[in-house]
Design a binder for this molecule. Sequence first.
Ligand SMILES: Cc1cc2nc3c(=O)[nH]c(=O)nc-3n(C[C@H](O)[C@H](O)[C@H](O)COP(=O)(O)OP(=O)(O)OC[C@H]3O[C@@H](n4cnc5c(N)ncnc54)[C@H](O)[C@@H]3O)c2cc1C
Length: 368
Amino acid sequence: MPAFLTLVELRAAIAAIDPVAYGKTRNFLNGKVSRLSPYVSRGVISTRQIMESVLKNGYRPFVHEKLMQQLAWRDYFQRVLQQRPDLHSVSIKREQGEDGQRIRAGIPQAILEARTGIEGIDRSIMDLYQKGYLHNHARMYVASVVTNIAGGDWRDGARWMYHHLLDADVASNGCSWQWVCSAFSSKKYYANQENINRYAGTRQSGTFLDKTYEELPEMPVPESLKIVEQPAFQTKLPQTEALNIDPSLPTYIYTFYNLDPYWHAGEPANRILLLEPSHFDAYPVSDLTIQFILFLKDSIPGMQVYVGEYADLKREHTFGKIVAKEHPLFSFAGAVTEPRDWMFPEVSGYFPSFFGYWKKCERYLYAK
Ligand SMILES: Cc1cc2nc3c(=O)[nH]c(=O)nc-3n(C[C@H](O)[C@H](O)[C@H](O)COP(=O)(O)OP(=O)(O)OC[C@H]3O[C@@H](n4cnc5c(N)ncnc54)[C@H](O)[C@@H]3O)c2cc1C
């Protein structure tokens, strides 16, 4: 099991980010990436906090640009989700297969069993199963093999990866899978063996990816990827607790996407981590991910866990004011909704491409 970071360790990890080394090495599977996404996705820390910590360290403008851009990709995808809450199941710009590629349901067995024969990919998938983390480049390699090489439907691959990631995030996951297979971009993403050797530190040849970029899109589905499976995913939720609610106090609702330990910290309040079975039926996550959120909730004093639907929670108890954080996947009738933290709250709405969004963000970044 991976070691989860305490809040003290997390603060130290944010402070230790070196944007220069990040910019130079982030594409290598062993590069100096932050590995903070599980904490960002679970709402423990925000992209804004990371940005402010890096800016405080006094780096010259542009030195940190690559890191800022990557952080902004996350906020960009969240903005897309606000406009397209169905993006985990509906292609944003075009359907796969419009170019004549044959698309089929399921995921290649060789991917599920981490035996594609591409060492950089197979090792990464084993890491995903054991640690719940995948490097961005490895995610792109895997998604490209599943969709563009094997002709798999992006939704199946996305669901499988989401299930295993501690940083499972419907926006980043759905948009990225769609981006790779050009359902949300203008061009499919391919990586050949030479590229994987460079970034994964391997020296393989003769694999099904040992091709030129002209050859890859024309290639028939490799034999080793022909058998597909459609695994069923389920979430094992913990037991619900008997709640102790003081109706004279406000009630803060925490979710899978909001485990912010600093949210109204120190205020007398009821604090409930609401785990709705309907949410996890739609977006199933692994046992490791459930262990992770139960670990995270322990750093929020007074937190109680309710496993059930919001409507039942309200029917079973008497509440005063209920407060939640905005997130497109959740709607809590009668609750006051507070905004999430954004790097650039001024830049909102739907942008068809990241670079349109980033251009606007840059103005605010360099004015800081
Ligand atoms: C197919 C695919 C599926 C993905 N699924 C998810 C997912 O479910 N959850 C998720 O959080 N990210 C997802 N990503 C985006 C990205 O891969 C991860 O956020 C990143 O690898 C996290 O590692 P890190 O914290 O070490 O990132 P770092 O490189 O250290 O970056 C710092 C932070 O910036 C943000 N970030 C960096 N790169 C990206 C990116 N390309 N897109 C969005 N945000 C980024 C993350 O919040 C990250 O924590 C996916 C990418 C692909 C290609």
